[in-house]
Write a protein that binds this ligand. Structure first.
Ligand code: SF4
Length: 499
């Protein structure tokens, strides 16, 4: 066997170079593991800089990589080898044993592409047979300059999936439910890796045992912050408990900017959702607030709006500003939009949200044109209104819009139970919102989650986010031990997932 191992390090984050275990960084560990893949005679790092490397590692460096240049390079490098292993260079737990099992299957069934499934991302390489990288490069158009994402190989194979012989090695326990990525690509995942490695995880087999037995290790740092920056709302929507949570006034830009600094210092990267319980368009300094986010590459904004109160020129200026913003560390768009419409026609809209249908639709169309990949129209799926939802979906798809059909939320009993169906998993799991989200109210208070103000964990203006976040730990551990109390007992939002 004469195998090539290629690690892609063309867009690594700072986390890949931070000391991990035992004092080595993720890049060093990934190279060490890849060197141990069965049959490897050559190890190559694809990079966008020139890090100091061991003598036996070849470097191919380009200032920027695209899917096309990645595949062309893989094709050139793989000539004369029996197979090519491919993985990202920030995955310190790449498992040579799992790579060997994959290789056996790959060779036994003469596969052209093989991958592992059911384990967290980061444990297994992908395998390509000779010549396949070149075929994939040809499938892509000449001008395909799309960035290299984690699924770069499979995303191209999918374009003509029946043309390839594909083999899959499947985990005996399905760990995908945890949505883990064992890659040093963020502060959150670096912490996760540190904890799991400290707990003894060094292989795919360990992961099946340790991850299931230690759910407490999986709550790392918040990834999603819902922030109330506007108090007022022009609507009194029948699906929203807003009046219960309403607060007068607006968050001042200075206070908001200080909060952003606290968030990036604590979480590293994060997605900010504006505005919790209030209409962001009414904020008199909304442009300043968005600018403050765009100036911080660690942060991305999602604006959830009724679509009322926006001027077209204002949205155009924001599109211009977003297009000039630096790429985000979390690889998300700097600025995304969700327009809550909830109905396909004016009459139904009036019943649910009140007046304003024409203005909201116009705003949604403007945003679809200005932010074609980063704006969504949303409708809540309510019992008894299935036909309207279907009509909503079809009509907005015809407009070329991205559509979100959202689950109905009764806010822990604050609203009537109007769920159209029960989509909850067969087995309840700890709440994603306890695990990944932080809601911050206008006065800085941080409730347990956005569903209830009953349990306040602290104040984001006066305390450290670390202290506040640590107070939620006990609630998470209780749920990991299958104990659900207070508002959580009857809540069905635990399985909904933000970014
Ligand atoms: S279970 Fe419901 S009430 Fe409890 S933290 Fe999660 S979302 Fe909030």
């Amino acid at each position: 066997m004469n195998a090539l191992a290629v690690l892609y390090g063309g867009s690594l984050t700072r986390a890949a170079f931070e000391p991990l275990f035992p004092g080595k960084n993720a890049l060093t560990l990934a190279l060490e593991q890849a060197r141990r893949f069965p049959g490897v005679t050559k190890l190559v790092l694809l990079a966008d800089l020139c890090p100091a490397l061991p003598a036996d590692v070849s470097l191919v460096s380009r200032p920027a990589w695209t899917k096309k240049t990645l595949l062309q390079t893989l094709s050139e490098l793989s000539g004369g080898f029996d197979c090519t292993y491919y993985a990202w260079a920030d995955c310190p737990l790449l498992d040579p044993v799992l790579a060997g099992t994959l290789l056996e299957r790959h060779l036994c069934y003469h596969a052209e592409y093989s991958y592992a499934d059911g384990w967290p991302y980061g444990l297994a390489p992908e395998l390509l047979a000779p010549g396949v990288a070149g075929i994939l490069a040809n499938i892509l158009g000449e001008d395909d300059a799309g960035p290299v994402e984690r699924d770069a190989l499979f995303s191209v194979i999918q374009k003509d999936i029946n043309a390839f012989d594909i083999e899959t090695e499947i985990s005996s326990i399905d760990l995908r439910v945890h949505r883990l990525s064992l890659s040093a690509d963020s502060r959150r995942n670096l912490l996760l890796l540190t904890r799991l490695m400290d707990a003894g995880l060094s292989s795919a087999a360990d992961s099946e045992r340790i991850i299931s037995a230690h759910p407490e290790l999986l709550r790392t740092l918040p990834a999603f912050y819902s922030i109330q920056v506007s108090g007022p709302c022009p609507q009194a929507c029948s699906l929203c408990p807003y009046p219960k949570f309403s607060t007068p006034g607006f968050m001042e830009p200075v206070r908001f900017a200080a909060l952003l600094d606290k968030i990036s210092a604590f979480s590293g990267d994060a997605v900010l959702d504006l505005s919790l319980w209030g209409e962001f368009s009414l904020h008199p300094q909304k442009r300043e607030l968005i600018t403050a986010i765009l100036e911080r590459p660690a942060l991305s904004a999602v604006i959830e709006t009724s679509g009322l109160g926006w001027k077209k020129a204002e949205l155009e200026a924001l599109a211009e500003a977003a297009s000039k913003a630096a790429p985000r560390e979390n690889r998300m768009a700097p600025l995304s939009w969700i327009v809550s419409l909830d109905a396909a026609d004016a009459n139904r809209y009036r019943e649910i949200r009140g007046p304003g249908f024409a203005e909201a639709v116009e705003c949604a169309k403007t945003l679809t044109a200005l932010f074609p990949k980063d704006s969504y129209v949303q409708a809540v799926r309510v019992k008894g209104a299935e036909d309207d939802i279907e009509h909503f979906y079809r009509s907005w798809k015809k407009e070329g819009a991205e559509v979100i059909i959202q689950k109905y939320d009764d806010f822990c009993g604050a609203m009537p139970k109007l769920q159209a169906s029960d989509l909850s998993p067969v087995q309840r799991r700890p709440c994603w919102h306890l695990m990944r989200d932080m809601a911050i109210l206008m006065d800085g208070r941080v409730p347990l989650c956005r569903e209830t103000e009953g349990e306040i964990l602290g104040n984001a203006f006066t305390e450290s986010l670390e202290t506040i976040w640590s107070r939620g730990e006990a609630f998470y551990r209780e749920q990991a031990a299958l104990h659900y109390r207070g508002p959580c007992a009857g809540c069905d939002e635990y399985y909904t997932y933000n970014f």
